[in-house]
Design a protein around this ligand. Structure first.
Ligand SMILES: [Fe+2]
Length: 192
């Protein structure tokens, strides 16, 4: 499935990421192509590429599936040589959640193993607070894209009792993942 949707191995070599293993190289090439659109990043196609990748049970090697005790584990899988984006896995042990955040870069993710719980928030511009609006369970295969800014404010995590894994692409180079992706938000209750 991934093979049918993504670029050919020859195209991967032409784009200078030949060192990546198949099908990771194809996914990186596809996301790179999505970054080169004249109208901006093709987010729907990036989400579709991640969705195709996670449909392959062998896509994510064991080294990118290990949790950490105190906080969800972020594993950098590959970085675009041009610095346009970085691909990561996040492993969520039971009870581990992100803080509520918007994004300073575009981001996309797909659920790999076991369900994640996502809380979505509206932005109250008067109070400069995030207001919870919905909670959804995201099953494996779910994928989405969000541009930079306040369009998507969310909190992701694992409310289950076994580790969950998600595959993420962020529109920054790898050295900026920890500082230029998540914009933490203050949360308030909705006015009655
Ligand atoms: Fe996020």
């Amino acid at each position: 499935m991934l093979q049918a949707r993504l670029s050919t191995p020859a195209a991967v070599h032409e784009r200078g990421i030949a060192g990546l293993t198949y099908p990771l190289g194809l996914l990186m090439a596809e996301i790179g192509t999505c970054c080169d659109r004249s109208g901006g990043v093709d987010g729907a196609r990036i989400a579709a590429a991640l969705q195709a990748a996670v449909a392959d049970p062998g896509f994510l090697p064991a080294e990118f599936r290990t949790p950490r005790a105190k906080c969800y584990a972020r594993h950098t899988i590959a970085s675009d040589l041009a610095g346009r984006f970085t691909l990561l896995s996040i492993v969520w042990a039971p009870g581990q959640f992100s803080p509520a955040h918007a994004h300073d870069a575009w981001c996309a993710h797909a659920v790999v193993d076991n369900a994640l719980t996502e809380t979505l928030f509206d932005f109250d511009a008067t109070r400069h607070k995030a207001i919870p609006s919905a909670v959804s369970v995201r099953e494996p295969g779910y994928a989405c894209f969000a541009p930079a800014g306040l369009e998507q404010i969310h909190r992701l995590g694992n409310a289950g009792d076994v580790p969950a894994i998600s595959l993420h692409a962020y529109g920054v180079e790898s050295s900026r993942i920890g500082t230029h992706v998540n914009r933490l938000m203050d949360v308030a209750e909705r006015d009655k």
